[in-house]
Design a protein around this ligand. Structure first.
Ligand code: PLP
Length: 430
């Protein structure tokens, strides 16, 4: 039995993160496990080496895999003792660094993953506002407060990144406690329908930059009704700006949350906020042993320094733009119609064809043969230099050309060596 089959017998769902399911990429053929990862290269367990031009640790490594400077800081933290009865001074240094980057904020708490940091942010915000109802937009993790949206309407979360999430085990008493919105009109409608909104939670951007005036409008309404505004910058933070994208857009929340882009592959997350809101922590209980370990803050300090020194956000944006325009050129010269979307460092393309799922699988299959971990989504990092991107684009060009021939000769499915990758597998069950 191969390792992934063994995993599925032992680990419900096979993996710990939905987005790492091999069936989402190339069923039966995706190299599910890695031996080592360095720069942009990944050595699979069977020894094959690939260049990663897709999810790249699902966005957790903006500097590239196993960055030497972050490694050094982590190894120092390990040698100095990652855990102790006393506290790690890096917690204070990192708080000063984060508040320094976000002058509107005054206080900081930590966790180790994005979803738990968002749960903390919502707890703090509800406590500070004294009102429970949450309006939200975007994806915010696995916790009860968020999945409660699907108690009333099983499809409420479908437009917010991951469709078909099932809320088994989430107390039914939470039904109605969170209300989704997607744009200014649905935000205004949700606000008009509820006079007890205490918290507004949103991603600053996902598939595109926010329309002019949108964040400003939400900010003004939050202030008007006395709600706490939380920006989830787990995906956008440190990619489009050194700190939150909101800093670049000039709209200040009451709380902002950072996680995977801030510590380059080491578990760390931060909730930053205004003192009046963050002080509500004292009215509740938010405390966990491993939120005090040393590796996370040491890695975050080294990552933020490296992103600053290397002009990380600008490099990621340039890399993302190069990939996006390269895809467009390669697809058009091969005669394949694609649509691109996504903010600059996180471009994505969709193939415009009735058999788009089969063609997307074929793209991944043939790119794998070319030595690439590739899909229609790319998380740019500082390690993707121009030469790496251009080589990947040459492989994309050859792949699009093969795809065009498969379309013309009516052998799309016949060209696949396994089943079609299924976005339907983005369910919590399988
Ligand atoms: C915007 C946003 N919020 C929350 C999360 C959840 O973070 P984590 O997977 O670290 O729990 C993610 C992860 O993709 C995210 O993109």
């Amino acid at each position: 039995m191969n390792l992934y089959d063994r995993a599925k017998a032992l680990i419900p769902g096979g993996v710990q993160l939905l987005s790492k399911r091999p069936e989402l990429f190339l069923p039966d053929r995706w190299p599910a496990y890695y031996r080592r990862a360095k720069g942009t290269e990944v050595e699979a367990l069977d020894g094959r080496v690939f260049t990663d031009v897709t999810l790249f640790g699902v966005g957790a490594c903006p500097l590239g895999y196993a960055d030497p400077e972050v490694e050094r800081a982590v190894i120092d933290a390990v040698h100095a003792g990652s855990m102790c009865t006393l506290n790690a001074p890096e917690e204070v240094a990192l708080a000063e660094r984060l508040v320094g980057l976000h002058p509107w904020s005054e206080m900081v708490r930590y966790a180790r993953s994005g979803g738990e940091a968002m749960a903390i942010a919502v707890r703090i915000a509800r406590a500070a506002a004294g009102k429970d109802r949450v309006l939200f937009s975007g994806y915010h993790g696995w916790s009860d407060w968020y999945l409660a949206a699907n108690l009333d309407d099983g499809a409420a979360l479908d437009g917010h990144l991951l469709p078909a999430l099932e809320p088994g085990g989430v107390p039914k008493a939470l039904a109605g406690s969170v209300v989704p919105f997607a744009d200014r009109a649905s935000f205004d409608a949700a606000l008009a329908a509820h006079d007890d909104v205490g918290v507004i939670v949103m991603e600053t951007a996902r598939y595109a930059m926010p329309p002019d005036g949108y964040l400003e409008h939400v900010r003004a309404e939050a202030s008007r009704i006395g709600a706490v505004l939380v920006f989830d910058e787990i995906t956008t933070g440190f990619r489009l700006h050194l700190g939150g994208l909101h800093q670049r857009l000039g709209v200040e929340p009451d709380v902002a949350v950072f996680a995977k882009a801030m510590s380059n592959g080491y578990a760390m997350s931060a909730i930053i906020g205004r003192r009046a809101v963050m002080d509500a922590v004292q009215s509740t209980f938010i405390s966990s042993t491993y939120w005090t370990e040393r590796i996370g803050p040491a890695a975050a300090l080294a990552t933020i320094d490296a992103l600053e020194q290397r002009d990380g956000p600008a490099r990621m944006e340039a890399a993302g733009d190069r990939m996006r325009s390269g895809w467009e050129a390669a697809a058009s010269s091969a005669g394949i119609e694609i649509t691109t979307k996504g903010v600059a460092p996180l471009p994505a393309f969709t193939i415009e064809h009735e058999q788009r799922a089969a063609l997307a699988t074929l793209y991944t299959q043939w790119m794998l043969d070319e030595g690439y971990l590739a899909t229609g989504a790319f998380y740019a990092t500082c390690a993707h230099d121009e030469a790496t991107i251009d080589r990947a684009l040459e492989a994309s060009g050859r792949t699009f050309t093969r795809m065009k021939a498969a379309i013309d000769e009516d052998r799309i499915e016949a060209s696949l060596t396994g089943p079609v990758a299924s976005a339907g597998l983005r369910k919590t069950k399988r």
